[in-house]
Design a protein around this ligand. Sequence first.
Ligand code: BMA
Length: 322
Amino acid sequence: MNNQHAELFRRHKLNPILSAANWPYPVNSIFNPGATLLPDGTTLLLCRVEDRRGHSHFTVARSDNGADNWRIESRPTLLANPENFPEELWGIEDPRVTYIPELSKYAVVYTAFSRDGPGVSLALTEDFHSFERYGVIMAPEDKDAALLPRRIGGQWALIHRPVSAPRAHMWISFSPDLRHWGNHKLMLEARRGAWWDANKIGLSPPPIETPRGWLVIYHGVRQTAAGAIYRLGLALFDLQAPEHCIKRGDEWIFGPQEVYEQRGDVDNVVFPCGYTIAQDGDTINIYYGAADTSIAMATGSLRSILDWLERHGDESTATLNG
Ligand code: BMA
């Protein structure tokens, strides 16, 4: 075959691994989960669950091998709380989970669907039972956000995606206390024209710390006459100055291909919000929403991903329009 390209992520044979049919209570769809590996090796997914009003909440699912035999909590884990947090009026969406060793807590950064559009909210938790809500940390319209696991130069760092219509780029902002955010910097720009990542990009799972830099898997949205196509690309950022892009891949590396990714409530969407890395320090599982309908998983090797970026990455397209 001569139309071959590197397969950096291999889909799991049981895909989709979770869907509404598995849920212990009535729902419309399950997608875009945050993920983390607990100290005992259990994979925890914080799943976005959309009810039959169209509003979303989060529910925890656990598995010993990260692929099957999921134990799903019988009731929602975190519901919108619009009485105390009015910005959560129309639900909470797309959680990204980062373990913060300094706090011995998990940070859950999520989209709060307010009357004025999506904003970025933060909650901390030790056990995924009780959550300490910080409320909105980036005002609408902003989403696709995650916290870095440690301070950079003494400051916490948040990657996020404000919208400056018609285009939307990735930014990084800094805070001394997780409440007051500033020092905003443009991190990665959407390209223009025919590119797969023209006009609108956003962080997918939280950034992955590697010896070569922060590895970022981001989504690009291509608008076509038949609707949008959500695909994934790669970029690498400086460990000490994460606003500085070292490499950016030109080609997308993962896109809707299987029926469960191409057909659903929203066709042609692959949308990971979480990953886990195995004991070997190399095997990475990404957990993604497929067509805004179910959860699927794909596995790759960090070494191969970084090698691909080394060979295919470009230094000049980080913030310039190719
Ligand atoms: C994005 C987000 C995701 C969703 C995707 C495709 O803008 O809102 O929650 O999966 O669109 O609908």
